[in-house]
Design a protein around this ligand. Sequence first.
Ligand SMILES: Cc1cc2nc3c(=O)[nH]c(=O)nc-3n(C[C@H](O)[C@H](O)[C@H](O)COP(=O)(O)OP(=O)(O)OC[C@H]3O[C@@H](n4cnc5c(N)ncnc54)[C@H](O)[C@@H]3O)c2cc1C
Length: 358
Amino acid sequence: MAEVTVVGGGLAGMTAAINLARRGHDVVVLEREERIGGSPLYHPSGQGSPLKLDALHAYLGFEITPGIEPIREMAEIAGGKMLPIDPSLIHAYFFERGPRPTSLDSYLYELARGAGVEFRFGTPIISQEDMAQLPPNTIVATGLHFEGFDALRVPYLTSYHFTYKGTCDPDLNYVHMFHDTYTSDYGYTSALRGIRYVHLFNRRKPISLTDRERFAEQVAEYDGFEVPEFSEFTFPVPASTIKTPRLLAGNKILAGTLAGAMDPVAFFGLHGALVSGKIAAMAVEDKERGWREFQKCVSVYPTAYLLGRLKEMQPLPLSVLGFRIAFQNFERLKLAQRIIVEGVPGYRCLRLHQGVRS
Ligand SMILES: Cc1cc2nc3c(=O)[nH]c(=O)nc-3n(C[C@H](O)[C@H](O)[C@H](O)COP(=O)(O)OP(=O)(O)OC[C@H]3O[C@@H](n4cnc5c(N)ncnc54)[C@H](O)[C@@H]3O)c2cc1C
C-alpha cells in the first residue's frame, strides 16, 4: 500500500498512524520535537476528560488504559466557594501527557512503533511551502501550535494561558476547577502521578496581573500551596463558528485540534483528538466515508457553539453564579451530567457507530 505522511506525533497523529500501519500502510510521522511527548512548555501534565472507555476502545481499535486513570477527587470552586463533584458521575479520567515512560504519548508511541510506524523527530513543518511539498492525503495533526493553522490557513482565535507545573506527592490524584470573574473561561489545578499542574486561560484577552493573583490566592486556599510563578504563552484555538470543525484543507486531511475536534464550551480536546485521528485514517482510504463519519461526530457542534456564545453574552458575575448553582445541584442534574459527557466531540459518533452502544 501507499506511504502515508502524518505531521505531528501527538494523540491524533499517533491514533491515525497506528490505524493506518495496522491496515498495511507505510506510515511516516514528522514530529517537530526531538522526542515524543509534545511541547516542554506545558508537558508533562495531567489533563482530564470524561470518557466512555469501552466504547472508545472499541472505536479506536486499541486500548489507552496504561496512560490514563480515573480521577479520584474533583471539586468546583465557583466564586470562591468549594463544591465537591463525584468524578464517577461524568466518567472522568486523567490522561498523563508528555515524555515520561508512563504517559499516554509514550504508550501510543510504543504501539505505533510496534505496528511499524517510522518517526522522524526534529522535523517541523512550518510554512505554506513546507506543507505544499507534502503529498496529497497527508494527515496534519499539529495541535495547539500556530504553524499548522497558518500553513493551512485554518482560522483561529488567539488564546492567553498562564501555567505552572511542578511536583507533588505521587499519591495525590485530584482536579479542582475554578470559575470566577478573573476569566470568562476557567482555571484548573491537577495532581497526578507526582505532577502538579496549574492552568488559567482566557480565549479572548490577556488576564491582568491582579486577576492572576486572585486566582493564585484561591489555589493557595483550596490546594494548600503557593504558585511560585506563572509561565505565559498564547495558543491558537479553533475559531468559534459553526463552520469550524473541518476534515479537509486543500488536499490535506486534518485531525485533532487543527480539525476543530475540541469542545467549544469547555475546551476539552483529548477525546476529540483520539476520535478524529481514527477518522483521518479512514479518510486516507475513503474520503467520502471519512467525511460522513466526521459529520456524525461533529453534529453536536452547532448547539455547543450557541451555548458557548450565550455564556459569553452573560455578565461574568452572573455566569459564575450559574456555575455555582449548577454544581450545587450537580448530583441531581442528570441533564447537566449528560451534556458534559455527551457534549464532548465524538460521543455522538460512538453512539451511532455500528456495533458500539454506550
Ligand atoms: C496546557 C494544556 C492543557 C489542556 N488540558 C486539557 C484537559 O484537561 N482536557 C482536555 O480534554 N483537553 C485539554 N487540552 C487540550 C488537549 O491537550 C488537546 O486538544 C489535544 O492534545 C489535541 O491533540 P492533538 O493530537 O491535536 O495535538 P497534540 O497532542 O498537542 O499533538 C501535536 C503534536 O504535533 C507536534 N507539532 C506541532 N507543530 C508541529 C509542526 N509544525 N511540525 C511538526 N510537528 C508539530 C507537537 O510537537 C505535538 O507532538 C489542554 C491543552 C493544553 C495545551
